[in-house]
Design a protein around this ligand. Structure first.
Ligand code: 6GU
Length: 224
């Protein structure tokens, strides 16, 4: 998978891809992430990429031309499956969206900044708009990192134990059951006996029942 991330602040997104599991995914060649600074496509002397809104109002708008030039250049180099605009107005990210994107080959993530992008960028290029939740961030950069992480970890070979993506919270709309590792007892708190029984089918049933119980308690909306 190849992800091209377009932003005014690409440096904000470097470390997540240079650390731990995402770094290993890059090194194994399972994913490549390329950053593009929108200012490199500005045609103005001072590399300007924003302007005041027509009709007035507070805040600046990202101008259409640098974004169109950048995205058009990328599109001339390869076919993109989706061109995604990260914005609070987008569809809220969930595991289903991450799963869907994880089978794509080439993706563009456009990070919104200031008050957002000129509508004509959306009309010309954007195929999907994604938000990461009902709160406001200073820009789409951290959201792009969240989206990239949720997608890249699903690529075959990225996680060590391939099973672990399949048993994630949310993978079948259930939260994780309680989990335990050594020691057997800590400060008087013991591991549930069933987990020490060696009875794998009884353990599986228990884990499933606990997952349903936790989900009913905390996120009944997931069971509807
Ligand atoms: Cl994608 N962008 C911004 N600026 N704020 C957000 C968001 C995105 N998702 C949630 N809040």
């Amino acid at each position: 998978m190849r992800i091209d991330i377009i932003s005014v602040l690409p440096e904000l997104m470097e470390s997540p891809f240079q650390t731990s599991i995402l770094k290993r995914a890059m090194e194994k060649g399972l994913a490549e992430v390329h950053f593009h600074n929108i200012r490199d496509w500005s045609t103005s002397k001072h590399r300007k990429v924003d302007d005041e809104p027509y009709g007035g109002g507070a805040g600046m708008i990202m101008t259409v031309e640098p974004l169109d030039l950048c995205i058009s250049e990328l599109k001339s180099q390869r076919d993109y499956d989706e061109i995604i605009y990260l914005t609070p107005e987008g569809e809220t990210l969930n595991q289903r969206i991450a799963n869907t994107l994880s089978i794509k080959k080439n993706l563009i993530f456009l990070c919104g900044h200031y008050k957002g992008v000129d509508q004509r960028v959306r009309d010309l290029h954007i195929t999907k708009e994604i938000s990461i939740g009902d709160y406001v961030l200073t820009g789409g950069e951290l959201a792009a990192c969240v989206l990239a992480d949720s997608v890249i970890r699903l690529l075959p070979g990225v996680l060590n134990d391939e099973q672990s993506a399949l048993t994630d919270s949310f993978q079948d709309n259930l939260l994780s059951p309680p989990i335990y590792t050594r020691p057997e007892t800590y400060k008087g708190l013991s591991v549930p006996k069933i987990l020490l029984s060696g009875n794998t089918s009884a353990i599986e049933d228990w884990l499933h029942d606990e997952a349903v119980r936790v989900t009913k308690e905390r996120r009944p909306d997931l069971l509807e």
